[in-house]
Design a binder for this molecule. Structure first.
Ligand SMILES: Nc1ncnc2c1ncn2[C@@H]1O[C@H](COP(=O)(O)OP(=O)(O)OP(=O)(O)O)[C@@H](O)[C@H]1O
Ligand SMILES: [Mg+2]
Ligand SMILES: [Zn+2]
Length: 278
């Protein structure tokens, strides 16, 4: 068997390095060694080369940078997005009236504020199928893809299922990890907040989520009006939901019909809506 020194020598690497000096790291000031090694092969054979020991701080910075780069993907992978919204972007959102125009402008302002760490918050409310969730997904994609921001999109019913699934022994995800993500994300979207299926547990879950997002960016989409939410949730939850919001942050989105039913409307020769007997 070949000695390790023979293998290294064969690869033109000289194990015999000469200590030159100690040098302080430019970043953290810690001492590290500088060596000289002689090249055994290649075009520079016989020449001396100076090698500085890499400092631990560089290695940890590189690791931190890598984690930072992967962070948005991780948050997105933990999001609960309906398949029908997978392709939703700002480019394929077509405003059809003033309320939708205004929502797009607000969305652009909102994105800027998240980028500048201003922790914006808003509620998109209105009837089904008018593009609230589409717009929220589209905003997250811009923040994620262009600004490397970690966005967590949580559809309310799917969130409940996700939390319940952590109770199983086989689950790798824990409830506290979900709460950590909610608290640390650059933006959380709480999608489709509704009044149905409210139990004391869901109320508590909503309360913890809103508590974890106090003074942090938040988008909520809902079919309920603010007064309906007030009735359904009560003062403690509403207080946390509306924290740091002004009237301009409560955006009503309207349409003559649901986008999900658009194909039926287009097939309707009189254009007067869907036949009630359909
Ligand atoms: N203005 C629009 N331009 C393009 N696609 C739209 C527009 N509005 C809605 N859609 C599409 O219609 C479907 C329903 O939209 P979306 O899920 O955003 O509705 P919503 O307002 O969140 O409804 P709900 O209150 O029921 O959750 C989606 O597939 C979405 O991509
Ligand atoms: Mg929706
Ligand atoms: Zn260092």
């Amino acid at each position: 068997m070949k000695k390790i020194s023979e293998v290294l020598n064969a690869a033109s690497i000289n194990l015999e390095r000469q200590f030159v000096k100690e040098k302080n790291c430019e970043r953290c000031g810690r001492k590290r060694n500088v060596y000289r090694v002689r090249l055994l092969g290649g075009p520079k054979k016989g020449q001396w080369m100076t090698l500085e020991e890499p400092c631990d701080c560089t290695l940890s910075r590189q690791a931190a940078a890598l984690i930072q780069k992967k962070r948005p993907q991780y948050y997105w992978s933990q999001s609960t997005i309906n398949d029908s919204l997978e392709e939703a972007t700002l480019e394929n959102f077509f405003p059809e009236n003033d309320t939708q125009d205004r929502a797009v402008k607000k969305a652009a302002e909102f994105i800027k504020k998240v980028v500048h760490h201003q922790q914006p918050r808003m509620i998109l409310y209105g009837s089904p199928g008018v593009g609230k969730s589409h717009l929220a997904v589209a905003m997250s994609k811009v923040l994620m893809n262009r600004f490397n921001k970690a966005c967590l999109f949580l559809e309310k019913t799917a969130l409940k299922q996700k939390v319940r699934s952590t109770w199983s022994r086989e689950s790798k995800l824990t409830e506290s990890e979900i709460m950590r993500l909610i608290s640390k994300a650059d933006l959380v979207i709480l999608d489709d907040l509704g009044a149905e299926g409210m139990t004391s547990w869901t109320r508590e879950l909503l309360f913890s989520l809103l508590n974890a997002r106090l003074s942090k960016s938040l988008v909520v989409t809902t079919n309920m009006s603010i007064s309906e939410m007030d009735q359904a949730y009560g003062a403690k939850i509403m207080d946390r939901l509306l924290e740091n919001m002004s009237k301009q942050d409560l955006l009503l989105m309207e349409a003559d019909y649901s986008h999900r039913l658009k194909h039926l409307m287009e097939d309707d020769p009189k254009g007067k809506g869907i036949d009630p007997l359909f």
